[in-house]
Design a protein around this ligand. Structure first.
Ligand code: C5P
Length: 476
């Protein structure tokens, strides 16, 4: 019988064998033995490690049932690539078979070996790979899946996508696909804020590309923080499932809901601002509950340290005026809920440079009133959402103030809560609210429902249930 030495095989085959051996936890020799036995119909090596390659459902058997889903995961070259390894596991937990593609830059951060070991699938790196391109492998990777996830999606990769480049395997797949694409951007906050990235993001959104994040937080670069952190693997995996299996039922199915949340930051100069203690938790919880109920949700939030709720379109803004423009841009909506603690005033004479201490006294800050977003939308004659809900955070005379706010702001409901420091509501996880609504049957035209103290998530679920009931009633 002819003798065969692995050393004599060509390099591409050796590399492939090493990869498969690592994937299956065998020596290269055992891997070769196994391949030969399989070819001869003998099955797995007796007494050896069982053949562990996960099956990758083919197109004919794949349906969008959990457990039979297929994702191509493109790992871009950024420090967040290490989180993409955890994402493989999370996607698998959500029922996806995962095939990984690593860009050249990604291989500086994670190895193909790690990606293939975790996915139990061969990992792809090269557009001109003789082992897969003989049958147009990039087309298979682009189409033989239910979804393509790009994580981390770097500024460079997004720029190439926006322009339609296809000069490596990842971009060729992205150009050749007819499947939904979900990007999880990750980059330095200045890169994310750069005008070129903003243009590319807007283009990709127009092209129907879905995005999750980025979140705000600290960066790998020492001392840097801001918007640019990749969403957590759990969030990305949840969103991936949602993209392939959108919620099919729920009382708010087909309704568009707009929510504001968090504080606003009103600049004093380039480094200082006026803000308040709002955490955004209540508004985010309402957004998540509305999405859960099947609504299409847009959340416009001031600066907060919270992650995007799955399936919600999140617009992150700084100032009241930015918040108003994003709110206007999100109309029309069936319901608008204004949970943001918008700063009442902004500085009229903000410094273009950092204001310095002088011996001659204190700087004079002139304040001007911010637009009232709730009142602006509630008083619109065109495209006024049929149900407009405001919040009243008060430290005294809660119900009286809330009733007069209902009339003054022109909204339909007010969710009133006492935010005196003793209640711990501002920044806390619990809330005690009163729902105040216009009611022609009541003696003073107003109905007050006082809810017991509950978690902000429960307040959100209750509010969403009331909204669904009101829309149902309005429709009947
Ligand atoms: O007047 P006050 O700030 O107490 O009103 C609270 C309600 O009005 C909240 O629903 C808040 O989101 C909204 N609001 C707004 N724009 C402002 C001030 C408040 O939308 N400039």
């Amino acid at each position: 019988m002819a003798s065969l030495t692995i050393r004599k095989l060509d390099d591409a085959i050796k590399a492939e064998l090493r990869l498969r051996a690592a994937q299956h936890g065998r020596s290269v020799e055992d891997e070769v033995r196994n391949i030969l036995r399989e070819a001869a119909g003998a099955g797995a090596i007796s007494g050896g490690t069982p053949f562990r390659t996960a099956t990758y459902p083919d197109r004919s058997t794949s349906s969008q049932n959990a457990g039979n889903l297929r994702a191509t995961l493109i790992i871009g070259g950024g420090i967040a690539a290490y989180k993409a390894l955890d994402l493989i596991r999370r996607l698998k937990d959500n029922g996806f078979a995962v095939r990984c593609v690593l860009t050249n830059a990604a291989q500086q951060f994670v190895t193909a070996l790690a990606a293939s070991a975790l996915s139990n699938q061969r990992c792809y790196t090269d557009l001109f790979d003789s082992a897969s391109e003989f049958d147009a492998g990039h087309i298979r990777l682009a189409r033989d899946c239910d979804l393509i996830v790009v994580a981390p999606a770097t500024a460079d990769l997004m720029a190439k996508m926006a322009q339609g480049h296809a000069d490596d395997l990842a971009t060729a797949i992205l150009l050749a696909t007819d499947r939904p694409v979900l990007l999880a951007p990750a980059m330095n906050p200045l890169m994310w804020a750069n005008a070129a990235t903003r243009r590319n993001v807007a283009q990709l959104q127009r092209d129907g590309i879905k995005m999750i994040g980025p979140n705000s937080g600290t960066m790998a670069e020492a001392g840097e923080a801001g918007v640019g952190r990749m969403s957590e693997p759990l969030e990305i995996a949840a969103r991936a499932l949602e993209v392939v299996r959108p919620p099919s039922a729920g009382p708010l199915m087909g309704k568009r809901i707009l929510i504001t949340a968090g504080p606003t930051h009103e600049p004093i100069d380039p480094v200082r601002y006026i803000a308040n203690r709002s955490s955004g938790k209540q508004g985010f919880a309402i957004a998540a509950a509305a999405r859960e109920a099947g609504a299409e949700v847009t959340l416009v939030t001031g600066p907060v340290g919270l992650n995007d709720p799955a399936g919600v379109t999140v617009k992150r803004v700084e100032s009241a005026r930015d918040m108003l423009s994003e709110v206007e841009a999100a109309l029309p909506a069936d319901v608008a809920i204004f949970a943001a603690a918008v700063a009442d005033w902004r500085v009229a004479n903000r410094g273009e440079q950092k204001i310095k201490k002088t011996a001659s006294g204190f700087p004079q800050l002139d304040l001007v009133e911010n637009p009232d977003i709730l009142a602006t939308i509630a008083h619109r004659t065109e495209r006024r959402p049929p149900l407009v809900i405001g919040f009243a955070a008060e430290t005294e005379h809660l119900l009286d103030n809330a009733r007069s706010k209902l009339a003054r702001k022109g909204c339909d409901w007010i969710v009133a809560n006492d935010v005196s420091p003793a209640t711990g509501i501002m920044g806390g996880d619990r809330n005690t609210v009163h729902l105040i609504s216009k009611d022609d049957g009541a003696t003073d035209g107003v109905r007050v429902d006082s809810w017991p103290a509950m978690g902000k998530d429960e307040v959100a679920t209750h509010l969403v249930a009331q909204i669904a009931a009101a829309l149902q009633k309005g429709a009947s």
